[in-house]
Design a protein around this ligand. Structure first.
Ligand code: GFB
Length: 310
């Protein structure tokens, strides 16, 4: 990308999209195209076609998506499938039709088989059954990856698909039912401390392991890959290290300074037992994460304290 290249960030108000904008701005890029979801519904084929025909962005970061934690994925499968599939089909197709030079597509580590060998390499895609709580979301994301690959093979349209582990950071969703585990637990711990509760309730057994990455690191990786010579490929993005959910909660308690007991709501799902990403492929290009887990949680805690009443 040149510093004045026209860059469209789809989903620039979301946690990942806004981190990509921060990264691009700090690197000196100046020529952005933004549309809020109210201004442009990317599920609408005609509206998206008109937008691309008018703006003709040179580079596209596709960070617009319907996302959420384990319960939202399980309870709203229709929406997770339709919204994500429509956004991907409309954006990738119109980026190609209108001559974009390259597109970066954000997927998720849940595209891999539920019981994949650990750590999970990119070529394990479609080698086994998906985790049931998020199969609709995963299939929609797999469709996006396949579309990127097919448009490169047939038309030479350049794109990179990235599969990040569980992300967290400023702008995250803290809603107790629809959020991912890290923001959910951070909010629970902060509120339990404020109220002086003796106990905090976590979902499930706390035994599953997850890998967490601070969102500014994924934005850094996305810009790095967009600027690489790679014309079409898929990359895992993570820290190459995971943690039990129970230990994550203990770490959050330590950062916040909460010492109550832990209780378990076993009516809530555990989900996949483990999904540690193999990040050798992106490391071999020279990229690695910068923010470790504790530092990320500390940054997130500071951000949450100043935004929780927004
Ligand atoms: O981030 P999360 O909601 O989703 O984490 P996934 C779920 C894990 O954390 C489960 C436990 O083992 C839950 O039982 N957990 C404990 C909690 N307490 C809580 C809580 O208060 N809230 C939440 N949300 N979980 C998502 C996929 O899977 O990961 C998405 O559903 C996406 O599609 C995303 O891929 C990255 O990691 O299980």
């Amino acid at each position: 990308m040149e510093k004045n290249s026209k860059i469209y960030i789809a989903g620039h108000h979301g946690m990942v999209g806004s981190a990509i904008v921060r990264k691009l701005e700090s690197d000196g890029y100046t020529n952005f195209v933004f549309r809020t979801s109210t201004e442009l519904d990317l599920r609408d084929q005609h509206a998206t076609t008109d937008f691309f025909a008018t703006e003709k962005p040179e580079y596209v970061f596709l960070a617009a998506a319907k996302v959420g934690g384990i319960l939202a994925n399980k309870e709203q499968k229709g929406e997770y499938f339709y919204d994500n599939a429509m956004i991907e089909m409309n954006v990738i197709h119109n980026a190609y039709i209108n001559g974009a030079k390259k597109l970066l597509f954000l997927g998720s580590s849940c595209i891999y088989p539920r019981l994949a060998k650990q750590p999970i390499r990119e070529d394990y895609l479609m080698t086994g059954k998906l985790e049931e709580t998020n199969d609709a979301y995963a299939v929609a994301k797999i469709a996006g990856i396949q579309m990127c690959k097919s448009y490169y093979e047939q038309y030479g349209f350049q794109s990179i698909s990235v599969m990040p582990c569980n992300l967290f950071g400023p702008g995250d969703n803290f809603d107790p039912r629809s959020s991912h585990v890290l923001p959910a637990l951070l909010r629970k711990v902060v509120e339990a401390k404020e109220r002086g509760d003796q106990e905090i309730m976590m979902w499930g057994t706390g035994e599953p392991k997850r890998e967490f990455l601070y969102v500014d690191d994924v934005a850094d990786a996305c810009v790095f890959l967009m600027n690489s010579e790679i014309k079409n490929d898929i990359f895992n993005i993570g820290r190459g290290e995971d943690i039990k959910i129970r230990d994550l909660l203990l770490l959050i308690c330590e950062v916040v300074g909460y010492t109550g007991k832990i209780a378990h709501d076993l009516s809530k799902p555990d989900g996949t037992p483990r999904k540690l990403l193999d990040v050798d492929k992106i490391h071999s290009l020279g990229w690695t994460h910068k923010v470790d887990l504790q530092e990320g949680i500390e940054k997130m805690y500071t951000w949450y304290l100043s935004h929780k009443s927004d």
